[in-house]
Design a protein around this ligand. Sequence first.
Ligand SMILES: NC(=O)C1=CN([C@@H]2O[C@H](COP(=O)(O)OP(=O)(O)OC[C@H]3O[C@@H](n4cnc5c(N)ncnc54)[C@H](O)[C@@H]3O)[C@@H](O)[C@H]2O)C=CC1
Ligand SMILES: NCC(=O)COP(=O)(O)O
Length: 324
Amino acid sequence: MMRPIAVSCGEPAGIGPEIAAGAWAALRDTVPILWIGDPAHLPEGTPWQAVASADQAKTAAATALPVLAQDFGAPRRPGTPDPAHAPHVIAAIEAAVRLVDSGDCAALCTAPIHKQALIDGAGFAYPGHTEFLAHLGGADRAVMMLASDALRVVPATIHIPLAEVPQALSARGLTDTILITHAALIRDFGIPAPRMAVAGLNPHAGEGGKIGREEIEMITPVLDALRAEGLDIAGPLSADTMFHGAARARYDVAIAMYHDQALIPIKTLAFDEGVNVTLGLPFIRTSPDHGTAFDIAGTGTANPASMIAALRMAARMAEARHGR
Ligand SMILES: NC(=O)C1=CN([C@@H]2O[C@H](COP(=O)(O)OP(=O)(O)OC[C@H]3O[C@@H](n4cnc5c(N)ncnc54)[C@H](O)[C@@H]3O)[C@@H](O)[C@H]2O)C=CC1
Ligand SMILES: NCC(=O)COP(=O)(O)O
């Protein structure tokens, strides 16, 4: 059996512990996982086993959720984050990264964090996992991709205020985002000649400069330069008409200019099975596409499907890269 996937617990007040337990039950015979967190936060009745190493997790996984136990010092209160948990949530991510860095685990899959809870509780200095993992992995730039059978999307800017998007977009940043995405589609998704589609920033991709000039001044020159290097890229396209079925059939990935332009279409089409993948890291990282879902935490109704899809995708990527 393959090496385990390290799973960081995420925000204990959210649905992370529940979807990890659900995913373990669904995948116990196919994808071993090693959950890093406080076992007291797991749903009551979850069969779990403390393990000291990834090797032990491989053998334990068939009968119990293997846990690298951390004492968070306080119980979980579903829906209400405890500031005292915040440093432990961050430490769990760091521990998971050490396990993939060392090669003991094949990949990392993160359960959702609550950004505000980590900022308030621990002064977390990153907008999300993506940037934190880039820091831990020593990557200059990490790229967020949300992937499903229906659609793959990449936002060129991520967690910044909408008003800052035009200034944050740059030729260098967009070029890097496209090149990192292109390389990942070949390496991790088995697409030898990726077809890429790039959205404009403005309505109607700027309408020839009448509704904004970013397309003319920055996006089109970047795409032209990359086409000259042989990349198959369409755009800049009107974002409102590039996500219907016939349009999606023409590309393997859509690059969007900002978070919601990318994530609204995929969460509308594939909320239950969408996977968040970080590209450009020295290790494999996936995550469910959803967040902490405080409104349903502790009710037993959280759907583990996206977590299961994230673990399956991490396993497939690990097999493609390392053969196990
Ligand atoms: N990878 C990560 O760490 C992510 C973290 N977040 C964080 O999550 C927090 C909450 O974000 P929201 O925008 O409220 O999105 P959310 O995804 O947590 O919740 C949106 C709605 O979807 C439902 N939902 C989400 N996952 C579900 C599941 N597995 N089964 C059943 N229903 C589910 C929730 O109950 C809620 O009604 C924020 O702090 C955000 O930053 C959001 C996305 C990803
Ligand atoms: N909206 C996606 C999201 O919040 C995931 O961010 P990250 O924690 O994976 O960087």
